[in-house]
Design a protein around this ligand. Structure first.
Ligand code: UDP
Length: 470
């Protein structure tokens, strides 16, 4: 086989749409704007239309510069059903190492100048990169504040003796608002669980990366980025390259057609990301709250769960028909005012639509960036992963979101939902949040992504080394 001399990037996303989407966008930038050739490695078992549509974004770059390779699915059948998502994802990556080794071996004979980019749960792949003497980078699909927690986790692990959830607060550099221990990222909530051991294992390996890309931008998180810069002695160089968000192709979905008929800025979009599900009781309250608010809404519904947790993480499809769980008569009563979409909506197009005026979100970081790019203010309703940390950042620090009050039993009442939806769409608070969001939107467009902008420059900086390896 003839060896190619141009720089080539092997991209390894861990399972989950929230990891896949920003890496698809990153790959697209590397190929289309920076002329690298890409191998995009897929080790998920999700064959949903949503995933195929996300991956198809890379097709328009041209097949000569992007190739897709599926690795055989890892067998997790020995895991108990109680195994947490971070354990499942880390083990999927770990158990794929031998097929990854074979693939990277083949790729490096074809492309001697190969760089590996793994993500937040993919640091075990660094061993394979070392065996093959490849540069290895990490792509962190969330924000710099969360990355600063990961950077400090190995030290916290030795310093803090009890459970983090019992800490009244933890201060993170670059963020003046304190984080209550119970709101830290999910795998830190139980130090005896395997998910904590896996998360710590990943965190301890981050310093081995030659550099870390983070999906944020200077104007959004300048202080957290500054902290990471100051830690260069113990932590790799951090490159803010955001906001990297997906441009979904034009399509004529029912929900976009419905939005076309609504007045500008009148609709609140309600969605809990690719894996978020609510309890049956919470699902009912949300339906009643939206109805009582009298506001127009577009709600992506998923079958409610009787057990807590991101059950839908490995596939975005709902189990059963989520409409069957709506309150009786809900669809008839809200006809014309609201629309429900089972499982999946073309979110970036919805947020870019002129009729959309607010977003009730689980605070996933991709959703957050997509909202920022469209200047849409938020209702913060975090569920799991680092979403509660993101909610604190959005409500207290960046001040672009309202957060509904949660009762002692963990439920948000319908009256509270009605209050926050009205407040966001009609109230003075909503106006202030919208103005702040629009400023951020402009900052993102003008300073981050445009040629000469901070994120653009950061990516050029990092990748210059890759070219000079040729
Ligand atoms: N998404 C979408 N349609 C949906 C739900 C989610 O297109 O109905 C996309 C959304 O635009 C975002 C990603 O899936 O890019 C979800 O990522 P995020 O980080 O917000 O949350 P996660 O799914 O990881 O919890």
């Amino acid at each position: 086989m003839e060896a190619k001399t141009g720089a080539h990037v092997a991209i390894l996303p861990s399972p989950g749409m929230g990891h896949l989407i920003p890496l698809v966008v990153f790959a697209k930038h590397l190929a289309a704007t920076h002329s690298f050739s890409i191998t995009f490695i897929n080790l998920t078992t999700d064959s949903s239309a949503a995933q195929s549509s996300v991956l198809s974004n890379l097709n328009d770059v041209g097949l000569s510069s992007v190739q897709f390779v599926d690795l055989p699915p890892a067998d997790l059948s020995d895991l108990p059903s109680s195994a947490k998502i971070e354990t499942r994802i880390s083990l999927t990556m770990f158990r794929s190492l031998s097929s990854l080794r074979a693939l990277l071996g083949d790729l490096t004979s074809k492309f001697p100048n190969t760089v590996l980019v793994a993500d937040i749960f993919g640091t075990d792949a660094f061993d394979v990169a070392d065996e093959l003497s490849l540069p290895k980078y990490l792509f962190f699909p969330s924000n710099a504040t969360f990355l600063s927690l990961v950077c400090q986790l190995p030290a916290l692990d030795t310093k803090v003796s009890g459970e983090y959830r019992d800490l009244r607060e933890l201060r993170l550099p670059g963020c003046s608002s304190p984080f209550p221990g119970k709101d830290l990222v999910s795998p830190l909530q139980d130090r005896k669980d395997a998910a904590y051991a896996w998360f710590l294992h990943q965190a301890k390996r981050y310093p081995r990366a030659d550099g870390i890309f983070v999906n944020t931008f200077e104007a959004l998180e300048s202080q957290a980025l500054q902290f990471l810069k100051e830690n260069r002695a113990s932590f790799p160089e951090v490159f803010p390259v955001g906001p990297l968000t997906l441009e979904q192709p034009e399509n004529d979905s029912d929900c976009l057609r419905w939005l076309d008929e609504q007045p500008p800025g009148s609709v609140v979009f309600v969605s809990f990301g690719s894996g978020g599900t609510l309890s049956y009781e919470q699902y009912q309250n949300l339906a009643h709250g939206l109805e009582k608010s009298g506001q127009r809404f577009l709600w992506v519904i998923r079958t409610p769960e009787l057990t807590e947790g991101p059950a839908a993480f490995f596939t975005v499809e709902s189990k059963g028909d989520p409409k069957a769980y709506l309150p009786e008569g809900f669809l008839e009563r809200t006809k014309g005012v609201g629309m429900v979409v089972p499982s999946w909506a073309p979110q970036t197009r919805v947020l870019a639509h002129a009729a959309t005026g607010g977003f009730l979100t689980h605070c996933g970081w991709n959703s957050t960036l997509e909202s920022i790019q469209n200047g849409i203010p938020l209702i913060a309703w975090p569920l799991y992963a680092e979403q509660k940390m993101n909610a604190i950042l959005l409500v207290d620090e960046i001040k672009v979101a309202i957060r509904p009050k949660i009762q002692e039993d963990g439920i948000i009442k319908e009256e509270e939902i009605e209050r926050v939806v009205r407040g966001l769409m009609e109230g003075e608070e909503g106006k202030a949040l919208r103005a702040k969001m629009r400023d951020l939107r402009d900052a993102a467009a003008a300073t981050a992504l445009a040629e000469g902008g901070s994120s653009y420059g950061s990516l050029v900086n990092a990748t210059q080394k890759w070219r000079s390896n040729v």
